[in-house]
Design a protein around this ligand. Sequence first.
Ligand code: FE
Length: 141
Amino acid sequence: MYKYKQVAEGQFVLSIDNHQEIVEALGAFCAEKNILAGEVRGIGAISEAVFRFLNPATKKYVDRAFDEQMEITALVGNISEKDGKPYLHIHLTCSRHDYSCVGGHLLSARINGACELVVDRWDAPVGRQFDDETGLNLYKF
Ligand code: FE
């Protein structure tokens, strides 16, 4: 599913295998390394992505899929802990064949090419809890 190399104390370079789904593979990596707080960033190429938009007024989600070859121009996100497991919050911007970009809160993305990530593990765990006002799982400090 992925290969990785630890390059510093708490820092990993991760190469997810072709045709894997990024969120699933990254979650599996964080579970394997017991990463419950940290940061992820990376680049790559994908053939499909599903984004989620939350309308704050209605608290309704609108999901949208893009089924086309795209370059990941920026994957950024954080890792925290919810219910004892790694909780990923990832945003993705990607470019299409005409160089226009789409992006947003990432639900899933299928690699078609490569996906190269850097994962930083923080020392202290960071939790999440559901917030009624926003309808979001916010940081719990
Ligand atoms: Fe988000």
